[in-house]
Design a protein around this ligand. Structure first.
Ligand SMILES: *Cc1c(COP(=O)(O)O)cnc(C)c1O
Length: 375
């Protein structure tokens, strides 16, 4: 398949295999595929369908709009949305059978009220903050939240289907502290008479290496996309996962330059010898991080070649030396290292960030193409 001008090839076969491998590892816990942020840039609807086919029994998104987009595409699997605007209107989500995370008594009351107005019993997952200090009910407020949940459930105004928390992945000891706090929260809830069928705490990192964190359900994001959740240099291949996204384009121009010629803005790089520069038509508007200027590499004509000069909004340059590179040649920014390409994590290292940010920021100008195994 000829590469597009700017193209992200999404290998749904790889996604399916990643999910199957993760599901096998966490079983008997069930798997929620996290498809927030347009499935980390991969395309929410096709990824959600492939994930369900690959063994996920739940889908997870940050907000209600993301959940409703899945429903509008005809996806009727269980979906949980957990981050809400202060004045969120929960009615459309409840009507569409979207489960809602509740991070405060006020949110629980608002969800119950929206359900009552629409004549339906909303499904909620009560979120406990066990250390991250983000959303979730704070420990001091948990007894009141448990009492409110018991009262609303007793009145038939909500069904508490889940209780969950999120881990900092700070250290094994910190995670263990959070898991103990989570157990205490679940106990308090049970003592108040609320028995959620689903306890969930782990995202990919804890699902992978902390069996105690798996509970009934794990929320798998980055791992299903074939990007390691760890920042210690562990590769996808070492985890038995395959990168799902290949970001590629085609050389838009080739320029032979003399020693001393400047390249791109600020002449941040100058040729130290006569050489050939290839112009790649992707830039920071497409999510190619400017911070990776002068550090990242691409795969072009079978070799890794350095990005030189500043990455601009729409384009950047690659030094190809004296090799014969032509306009129209395929250039791979990142993909599966088994093909010789850099990984998304290589770009993350070059830009001082994490693989999550590299794939999630790929812009709307980049065409997504879906393949079933083998780009
Ligand atoms: C994004 C997110 C996840 C997925 O995390 P990964 O590290 O990508 O697996 C899980 N749970 C919550 C609450 C999240 O916000």
């Amino acid at each position: 398949m000829t590469a597009g001008f700017r193209e992200a090839v999404v290998d749904l076969g790889a996604l399916h295999a990643n999910l199957a491998a993760l599901v096998a590892r966490v079983s008997p816990a069930r798997a929620m595929a996290v498809v927030k942020a347009d499935a980390y840039g991969h395309g929410a609807v096709p990824v959600a369908r492939a994930a369900l086919a690959g063994g996920a029994s739940w889908l997870g998104v940050a907000d209600v709009d993301e959940a409703l987009a899945l429903r509008a595409a005809g996806i009727d699997a269980p979906v949980l949305a957990w981050l809400h605007a202060p004045d969120a209107d929960f009615a459309p989500a409840i009507a569409a059978d979207v489960d809602l995370g509740a991070s405060s008594v006020a949110q629980l009351e608002a969800i119950a009220a929206a359900g009552a107005a629409g004549g339906r019993t909303p499904h909620v997952h009560l979120k406990a903050d066990t250390g991250l200090s983000r959303n979730g009910v704070a420990p001091a407020d948990w007894p009141a939240a448990a009492a409110a949940a018991a009262r609303l459930e007793g009145a038939g105004l909500v069904r508490v289907r889940g209780v969950f928390t999120h881990l900092a992945n700070a250290s094994p000891e910190d995670d263990a502290d959070q898991l103990r706090a989570f157990d205490r929260a679940v106990e308090l809830l049970r003592a108040a008479g609320v028995r959620p069928e689903l306890r969930h705490a782990a995202s990919t990192a804890a699902a992978w290496n902390l069996p105690d964190a798996r509970h009934d359900l794990v929320r798998l994001g980055i791992g299903i996309y074939g990007i390691p959740p760890f920042c210690d240099g562990t590769t996808a291949a070492e985890l038995g996962l395959a990168p799902v996204m290949t970001l590629r384009g085609r050389v838009a121009a080739v320029r032979r330059v003399e020693a001393g010629a400047g390249a791109s803005y600020d002449y941040a790089w100058r040729a130290d010898r006569p050489t050939t520069l290839a112009l790649v038509p992707l830039g920071y508007a497409d999510g190619v991080p400017r911070q990776a200027s002068g550090r990242a590499e691409v795969l072009l004509r079978g070799r890794r070649r350095p990005v030189v000069g500043r990455i601009a909004m729409d384009q950047f340059l690659v030094d190809v030396g004296d090799d014969g590179v032509e306009v129209g040649d395929e250039v791979v920014l990142f993909g599966d290292p088994a093909t010789g390409a850099p990984s998304a994590d290589d770009w993350a290292d070059a830009a001082g960030t994490i693989g999550y940010e590299i794939v999630t920021r790929i812009g709307p100008r980049v065409r997504r193409t879906y393949v079933e195994g083998g780009a």
